[in-house]
Design a protein around this ligand. Structure first.
Ligand code: FAD
Length: 482
């Protein structure tokens, strides 16, 4: 078989790794595609071998999965970042958009879009992820309450199915495949091209943090903020467990609104909840931005002495996690195991959840940021493969733990995994209706429980688009037919 790119059979260690750093499955070969036909040819060839072959195919974005989801043991990994076609092409009009390769990084899309005064609407907290990778999950960040997740903000996809066919799909054309692939965990096709919705870009961001010691006040304010479109542009939050010198750390990048009062605040020994919000603006157009923000803040019940603000460029705001990445890489703390756990918790159960998890399981310490913020499903696209709780408002709760490789203590992998198990065991109580985001299960029964009433559709779509279960074996949902 002739490729525009090339296949490599040696030195494929990189493709047997991911950000989770816990699964290392060596593939048989890695394809570095230069064209969509490279991808369709290899999938079609494997499909045509039928049950005589055991080969599977995993598209690999930037390899930022947590539990081997982009790996293929003894199979073929497709390194999507090699696919540089199409070149990013912008359509400027009433509904602007950009066509990009499925292997494109969001950070590159941001930089190119800004050259046209435009920007995608919905983001993840970290931009060094690929379009195909985040669209296969959802792509959720603090803008999702307003615009829905990234899977809401895509007009069209080009997909190579598990039969090797190249299909264009959208809300108007091949709709079932379009919905299947969005949030589809790579099960139905490889995204080779995406048409991403854009809007005019702001230049600046007012970035604000404030603390709460009362969980009810915190969540009431978060839910109040996401209930209106005349609000902030970004609403998130995080939990602070047993941290000292917290406000002092903030001072390197944020300014206290009231420095004297802020000096007197102590966070020692308490569980605190931090509201993180942002308002976008263009200095030449908005001369009363501070007043607008003060009005919005006057409706909130945070601890007044803990209000901190900062003004940064739009790029610096969106690319903020990359700054931490650089620091952690310098200390050798980026490529450690990451036993992350992401949950979607219905609003009606968030207090019960917080009481058990923050008041009991994690009351002494956490091993990384714990994010918590609500989103409203009414703004999310219906019919995709993504599974969410049944209520309109639900919380993303993300335990973003890092483990120290050689530690057997509270910062070691085993301890964190045990804590995750305790959290999951609590969350398994059926009345809570909690779902995993970036889900991970080891057998099909658990997957069926995850999908619930959506399992039948998911299964039917698998039979239609990838009947031999060739694609994304690392999700461990289906067994390769042989
Ligand atoms: P990979 O890990 O390479 O792949 C993920 C899955 O998608 C695999 O099953 C793979 O086979 C499949 N896949 C990859 N490319 C394609 C394609 N082109 N077509 C079809 N299937 C494909 N997520 C959020 O929603 N919000 C966040 O704020 C957020 N922050 C993060 C911060 C960090 C530091 C990290 C490491 C991850 C974060 N994530 C977040 C999770 C992230 O969205 C997922 O891990 C995503 O899968 C990573 O994208 P990737 O390009 O590295 O995909």
């Amino acid at each position: 078989m002739k490729f525009d790119g090339h296949l490599s059979f040696m030195n494929n260690e990189n493709e047997s790794k991911d950000f989770g750093n816990r699964y290392h499955l060596i593939p048989f070969a890695v394809l570095h595609p230069k064209s969509v036909s490279d991808i369709s040819s290899i999938v079609k060839c494997i499909f045509d071998m039928g049950v005589n072959s055991e080969l599977t195919v995993a598209a690999r974005g930037h390899g930022h999965s947590l539990e081997g989801q982009a790996q293929a043991y003894q199979g073929v990994v497709i390194s999507m970042e090699s696919l540089r076609v199409p070149e990013m092409s912008f359509h400027i009009g009433k509904y602007p958009y950009v066509d990009v390769s499925g292997g494109e990084l969001w950070i590159n899309i941001l930089h190119e879009s800004l050259k046209h005064g435009l920007t995608p609407k919905s983001w993840t907290d970290y931009l060094h992820l690929t379009v195909g990778g985040t669209l296969s999950n959802a792509g959720i960040s603090g803008q999702a309450f307003l615009h829905g997740p990234q899977i809401n903000n895509v007009y069209q996809l080009q997909v190579v199915t598990g039969r090797g066919e190249v299909v264009t799909c959208s809300d108007e054309q091949n709709t079932d495949l379009f919905h299947a692939v969005l949030g589809g965990l790579g099960q139905f096709g490889i995204i080779t091209q995406a048409r991403i919705a854009l809007q005019p870009a702001p230049r600046k961001v007012k970035w604000i943090r404030a603390l709460y010691s009362d969980f009810t006040l915190f969540t009431n304010d978060q839910e109040h903020l996401i209930s209106s479109t005349n609000s902030f542009d970004y609403v998130e939050g995080f939990v602070i467990i047993n941290r000292t010198g917290l406000l002092n750390n903030w001072r390197s990048s944020f300014n206290p609104k009231d420095p004297v009062q802020a000096n007197q605040f102590t966070s020692e020994g308490k569980i605190l909840f931090c509201l993180e919000i942002a308002k976008y603006f263009n200095p030449e157009e908005s001369n009363n931005i501070d007043q607008e923000i003060d009005t919005l803040l006057s409706e909130l019940s945070y601890i007044k002495s803990t209000l901190f603000q900062s003004e940064v460029s739009y790029v610096d705001f969106l690319d903020r996690v990359h700054v931490s990445e650089i620091k952690l890489r310098e200390k050798g703390l980026w490529e450690v195991p990451h036993p992350w756990l992401n949950l979607l918790v219905p609003s009606s159960r968030i207090h019960e959840f917080a009481h058990e998890v923050f008041g009991n399981i994690l009351k002494d310490t956490s091993n990384g940021p714990v994010l918590i913020y609500p989103v409203n499903k009414s703004r999310w696209r219906n019919g995709t493969s993504l599974v969410t709780p049944k209520e309109d408002v639900f919380y993303l709760v993300a335990f973003l733990s890092s483990a120290l490789p050689s530690s057997t203590g509270k910062d070691g992998l085993q301890h964190i995994l045990t804590q995750n198990k305790k959290i999951l065991s609590f969350c398994g109580r059926p009345h809570l209706g909690i779902k995993q985001y970036l889900p991970h299960y080891s057998n099909q029964e658990e997957w069926k429980a995850h999908f619930g009433t959506n399992w039948e559709v998911f299964f039917r779509r698998k039979l239609s688009y990838d009947p031999l279960a060739i694609l994304a074996p690392g999700q461990r949902i289906f067994q390769r037919a042989n």
